[in-house]
Write a protein that binds this ligand. Structure first.
Ligand SMILES: *Cc1c(COP(=O)(O)O)cnc(C)c1O
Length: 365
C-alpha cells in the first residue's frame, strides 16, 4: 500500500502522516462476508416499529437529543442484566456511535499511561490509539492465537499500561479466554493502576460467561459491547460499555456534547424492545458456523476454533485466494496474517457460494 503524499500547505499532525485510513473494501459482491455483520436484515415488524418511532422523534428534531441518553442506557442495563444475571444500573453504562467511539473515549480519558493489546487482535485498538496520541504496546499471543496467562501478566507488569485490551472472542482469530484468566488479568491491571478493557463485540456467539459478571469484584474492569454484530444493527452505529460509574463519569468529560443523535437513541431503544427477534439469528449463525468448519476442513484447510460469527482458516497464498474468491463474487477478509484468511458466517446461500468458490480457488491451483 503506497502512502498518501500530503501537500506541504496542510498542517497535518506529523504523527498522522504515516497512517492509512481504515479501509475494509466496500465492493459490491454476491456474498459480502468481510466485516462480521449479521447477514439477516431486521424483521418487517422491527422495521415498522423503528419507522413509527422515528417519525415521532422527527417532530422534535429542532431540539438537541438527551445528552445523557438515559432511557437508552436504562434499557441497555436491563438487557445486559437479563443476559448475564448482573444488576447493573444505567449509571454504569455509556453508549456512543459504535464501540469504536467508546474505544476512542477511553483513550482520550485514560490513555496517558499508554495501552497494551495482544496481537493479532482487533486492528482498530492500535489505530485509534495512534490517532488519539496514545502510546501503543504490541503484546503477544501464542502460536495458536490463544493468550498464555503467565506471559500476559508479565507483559502487563512490564509496560504498566493505563489500558489493557483483551478481545474475547478475539477478532480475527475467534479464540476465547476463560473468565478465570480474565480475573487474573484484572488483578494484575489493578496492581499497575490500569484499566482492563474486555472487548466483547462477539460475546453473544460464545458460551463463556461474560466479563460483566466480574464488574462487582473489579472496579477497574471495563466491558465493551456493540449492537453491530449479533444484534444485526451495524448501520445504526451503537456501541456501549459497562463499568464502574466513575469510568462512566470519565466518559462524560471527553464525549462531544449531544454525541448520540435522537434518531440513534430511538432506534436503539426500539431494537432492544424487539431483542428476541434480532437475537434469534444467533442460534442459526452458530449452527452455520459449525457446518462451515467441517466443509472448509474437508477442503484440506485448518480452521482455528471459533466462538464468534467468523472463521479464520489456513491457505497457502491468502492474497491470491482472496482475489480469486472476489472474482467469483465472494468478498472475505485478508486480515494481513500470513497463511490465513477470515470469513464471516453469512446466510445459507452466501455460505454455499463461499464454499463452492473456495473449492474452485483451492482446486484451481
Ligand atoms: C466489529 C468490532 C467492534 C464493533 O465496532 P462498532 O464500532 O461497534 O461497529 C468492536 N470490537 C471488535 C473486536 C470488533 O470486531
Amino acid at each position: 500500500m503506497s502512502l498518501h503524499q500530503w501537500p506541504t500547505w496542510l498542517p497535518l499532525r506529523e504523527d498522522l502522516a504515516q497512517l492509512s485510513p481504515y479501509g475494509a473494501p466496500q465492493v459490491p459482491s454476491l456474498a459480502q462476508l468481510n466485516t462480521n455483520e449479521n447477514p439477516y436484515p431486521p424483521s418487517p415488524a422491527l422495521v415498522e416499529a423503528i419507522t413509527a418511532r422515528i417519525s415521532l422523534v422527527a417532530n422534535t428534531l429542532n431540539r438537541y437529543p438527551d445528552r445523557d441518553a438515559i432511557e437508552l442506557r436504562t434499557e441497555l442495563a436491563r438487557f445486559l442484566n437479563n443476559l448475564s444475571g448482573t444488576s447493573l444500573n444505567a449509571d454504569q453504562i455509556w453508549a456512543a456511535n459504535g464501540s469504536n467511539e467508546i474505544i476512542q473515549s477511553l483513550y482520550l480519558a485514560c490513555g496517558s499511561k499508554g495501552a497494551l493489546g495482544f496481537t493479532p487482535s482487533y486492528s482498530m485498538h492500535p489505530l485509534i490509539a495512534r490517532v488519539t496520541g496514545t502510546t501503543w504496546h504490541e503484546g503477544l499471543r501464542e502460536e495458536d492465537f490463544t493468550i498464555d496467562i503467565d506471559s500476559a501478566v508479565a507483559q502487563i507488569l512490564e509496560h504498566k499500561p493505563g489500558l489493557t485490551f483483551v478481545t474475547t472472542p478475539n477478532n480475527p482469530t475467534g479464540t476465547s479466554i476463560s473468565i478465570g484468566d480474565i480475573s487474573l488479568l484484572a488483578k494484575t491491571c489493578a496492581s499497575v493502576s490500569g484499566l482492563l478493557v474486555i472487548d466483547e463485540a462477539y460475546a453473544e456467539f460464545s458460551s463463556e460467561p461474560s466479563a460483566l459478571t466480574l464488574l462487582d469484584t473489579f472496579p477497574h474492569l471495563v466491558v465493551i459491547r456493540t449492537m453491530s454484530k449479533a444484534f444485526a444493527f451495524a448501520g445504526v452505529r451503537l456501541g456501549y460499555l459497562a463499568a464502574h460509574k466513575d469510568v462512566v463519569n470519565a466518559m462524560l468529560l471527553v464525549r462531544l456534547p449531544y454525541h448520540l443523535s435522537s434518531l440513534t437513541q430511538a432506534a436503539g431503544i426500539v431494537a432492544l424492545e424487539h431483542q428476541a427477534e434480532s437475537l434469534a439469528t444467533i442460534a442459526t449463525l452458530i449452527a452455520s458456523r459449525e457446518s462451515l468448519v467441517a466443509k472448509i476442513e474437508s477442503l484440506g484447510s485448518t480452521v482455528i476454533p471459533s466462538s464468534a460469527n467468523f472463521l479464520l482458516f489456513s491457505v497457502d497464498d491468502p492474497k491470491e485466494i482472496w482475489q480469486s474468491l472476489l472474482g467469483q463474487g465472494v468478498l472475505i477478509r485478508d486480515v494481513g496474517l500470513s497463511g490465513y484468511l477470515r470469513v464471516t458466517i453469512g446466510n445459507e446461500a452466501e455460505n454455499e457460494r463461499f464454499i463452492s468458490a473456495l473449492r474452485q480457488s483451492l482446486g484451481g491451483k
